[in-house]
Design a protein around this ligand. Structure first.
Ligand code: 3HC
Length: 697
């Protein structure tokens, strides 16, 4: 018996280089007559994270050994192979396990084929073996979701043979000693599902194609994956594998996969901040320098405050929420309990867990209960004076080592820090509504914010399972600052005679879940107006449509009327319905202001909105507010629904060609005015013919 340990830190990725070594070890075991069975196990706390995604960016080097070669060697051998899984087995890692004759795992293990999230399909036999093992219907669901699924469920599905409570390697070794028979999945016939005849295959395949997004709007890989499963059902194994390989190659070079792979790596870059390396903030568990957060505090029991409290409670951190308004507290209590009960209904929490989480949030009107909090996040009204007062008060109450954070979406962190005697411990933690659901967190660095505070903020982000992006302290930070320009253009288009419904439809067709007007309705028109005031831009618009709508109490979705109208009977009151009253208001006010109406193409709508984002993003890079183009992309993908298959606004600029974007922005500047002045960075990149990419700027 031979144990082969996958050991290629950090995630035992099956790179070409590593596969060459693995292949050698496998062939040596096959050639050794004293070896009767082979056990695969993983080092570094996991089985394998799959193929090395970096390899896909390069042409296959001549003579390279790939996972497919490794798997073929396993498959062809007459010796039995056992996968002993502990931790995650993903992508090519799970495909290797599927080529083994037995698969056993520990209860904490998670298995998945997440290739779809990278715009790919399982390309090392996964699409052919899984339908043979568990049926095409279950296999499609497993691969189209691409989640890492807990071992217990994977056992139920029939992918695992056994879950081992004790030492999985010892169990595999004892299994190997029994010299179990070969059980090649490739030799099985594919099925559809228990009790479903094979004749139903075309129907199941057609249904699957209908359920995924269109090919040209985020569904390219999904349709190819379904094609591969169809091949598993219709063709002999060897032909199916060849089909899978062809489809995989098509996807590797697709724009969508390149964009999704960019998002994957950009996400992993986020916490790599120059100057913070010493605090080892990427691995806070190993660092003594980040502060532990054993108790959190929240000031303000509004929507934002309760969402933040739920987020901490979900991560097992007790929270005290301070608010003196009894009505707000009652409502927040209901929100909190409602949220945990909903999770019980969905089967995500047991009654007991829901109760415990609910208990870990306490509401009080006594600020002194914040004294021993390690971190307090204020979520009070967006007003500089109110915020300064809160910070001054917190400074006098919270223990000296406690961090003080503001959940402001726009305001100056330094002004708040100046109200305290501990500016190095003050920062922005900008959550997005609803805070317990939205994955984005902007960490705002003030002038005095210390490296330790920032490192702790990244550790908090990780603990809360958020994508934490560092932003400089500038009005609106990264996300909102860019969205102001995006909404500005949407508004300008409406003033020029394009209906809000059309603008929104064009952006939805691009891949956003909602357009800019529906988004403004969701966040509230009063909030939009308030932000304009804070920015000193109120009343400076070409028309006063926004002011009038707010005056008419058309505050957005919450008022069942904003730029659109809403009807409880349509989409539970969340579906925007075009409203001619608003369209007329735009027309009438534009006429008064002497704005000429223009006929625009869908392309112009798209360009004006997206290029406004790109131009502002370039300014933010130039000014150092955002660290990297990828950081901006993550903000938009996770905070504003930018379609991930376009990679985020800055990636999209590269996709279109920066020179082309720049030229168009110059045209817009000439037509519409100085708000379109292109950023110097954009001009520089556009001129550099050899690079021409923001990613390399
Ligand atoms: N290829 C290359 N690098 C990878 C990788 C992969 N498959 N998976 C993770 N990494 C790298 C990350 O970039 C990161 O690098 P860094 O330290 O330089 O930033 C490092 O490994 C650690 O990753 P995480 O920060 O994500 O570590 P976690 O412990 O939080 O998560 C994980 C580990 C669950 C394995 C997670 O990294 C993950 O989900 N990885 C991707 C899994 C995946 O998509 N696999 C499919 C690959 S495609 C494939 O297999 C094709 C096949 O069908 C032919």
């Amino acid at each position: 018996m031979r144990v082969i340990t996958l050991d290629n830190p950090p995630v035992n990725a099956l790179s070409f280089a590593y596969c060459a070594k693995l292949y050698e070890a496998i062939e040596a075991a096959h050639a050794d007559d004293s070896v009767e069975a082979i056990v695969f196990t993983g080092a570094n706390g996991l089985f394998s994270g799959g193929a090395d995604v970096n390899d896909f960016n390069n042409e296959l080097p001549a003579g390279a050994v790939t996972i497919r070669d490794v798997i073929r060697a396993v498959e062809l051998s007459i010796k039995p192979h056992i996968a002993a899984i502990d931790g995650v087995a993903l992508g090519g890692g799970l495909e290797l396990a599927l080529a083994c004759d037995y698969r056993i795992a520990t209860p904490r293990s998670k298995l998945g084929l997440p290739e779809i999230k990278l715009g790919l399909l399982p390309g090392a036999g996964g699409t052919q073996r899984l339908p043979r093992l568990i049926g095409a219907r279950a296999a499609l669901e497993f691969m189209l979701k691409g989640s890492a699924v807990p071992a217990a469920r994977v056992l139920e599905l029939g992918i695992l043979d056994e879950i081992v409570d004790g030492n999985v390697l010892e169990r595999a070794i004892s299994l190997a000693k029994e010299i179990p028979p070969k059980r090649r999945i490739s030799a099985l016939e594919a099925t559809i599902a228990p009790d479903v005849p094979m004749q139903a295959a075309p129907f199941v395949v057609a249904q699957a194609h209908k359920m995924v997004p269109p090919e040209d709007n985020g569904g390219f890989a999904a349709h190819k994956l379904i094609d591969a499963v169809q091949a598993a059902v219709e063709l002999p194994f060897a032909f199916g594998v060849a089909r899978e390989a062809r489809l995989f190659d098509e996807l590797v070079h697709s724009k969508a996969s390149l964009a999704l792979r960019h998002v994957f790596f950009a996400e992993r870059e986020l916490s790599k901040v120059p100057g913070l390396e010493a605090t080892q903030q990427c691995h806070p568990e190993r660092s003594r320098r980040t502060l532990a957060i054993a108790k959190a505090g929240v000031v303000g029991a509004g929507t934002m405050g309760s969402g933040i409290a739920i987020t901490f409670a979900q991560s097992g951190v007790p929270v005290v929420v301070v608010d003196t308004n009894e009505e707000a507290v009652d409502k927040a209590r209901q929100t909190v309990m409602g949220m945990f009960m909903y999770q019980v209904q969905k089967g995500r929490l047991t009654q007991e867990e829901a109760w415990q989480r609910g208990q870990s949030i306490t509401f009080t009107d006594d600020w002194r209960e914040l004294a021993d909090a390690d971190l307090v996040v204020e979520a009070v009204f967006e007003d500089p004076e109110v915020k300064r007062e809160v910070f001054a008060k917190l400074d006098g109450i919270v223990k000296p080592e406690g961090l003080l954070a503001s959940n402001t979406s726009t305001l100056d962190i330094d002004a708040m820090a100046a109200a305290t005697g501990r500016p190095q411990k003050v920062l922005g933690l900008h959550f997005f509504v609803p805070a317990n659901i939205m994955p984005l967190l902007e960490i705002v660095r003030g002038r005095a914010t210390s490296a330790q505070t920032l490192a702790t903020a990244f550790a908090i982000g990780k603990m809360l399972k958020k994508k934490a992006v560092l932003s400089g302290n500038a009005f609106g930070f990264i996300g909102n600052r860019m969205v102001f320009d995006y909404v500005r253009e949407a508004f300008a288009l409406a003033e020029e005679g394009t209906t809000p419904a059309r603008v929104d439809a064009v952006m939805k067709a691009f891949g956003f879940p909602m357009g800019p007007f529906a988004m403004s309705d969701l966040s509230g028109l009063d909030i939009g107006l308030h932000v304009q005031k804070l920015q000193g831009k109120a009343g400076q618009g070409r028309t006063n449509v926004l002011e009038q709508l707010v005056e008419q109490k058309r505050l957005g979705q919450k008022a069942m009327a904003g730029f659109f109208k809403y009807d409880k009977a349509v989409g539970k009151g969340r579906e925007p319905i075009a409203d001619s009253v608003v369209e007329q208001l735009f027309a009438q006010e534009a006429c008064k202001a002497g704005i000429a109406s223009r006929v625009v193409t869908d392309r112009e709508i798209r360009e004006r909105l997206l290029y406004a984002l790109i131009n502002r993003g370039a300014y933010l890079l130039e000014e150092g507010v955002a660290l990297r183009p990828g950081d901006i992309d993550i903000v938009f993908v996770y905070g504003y629904g930018f379609p991930p298959h376009h990679g985020g606004p800055m990636w999209y600029a590269d996709e279109v060609g920066v020179a082309r974007v720049y030229e168009r922005i110059r045209e817009f500047e000439a037509t519409f005015g100085p708000q379109w002045k292109p950023s110097a960075l954009l001009a520089r990149v556009a001129a550099s013919h050899d690079v021409g990419s923001l990613a390399h700027a």
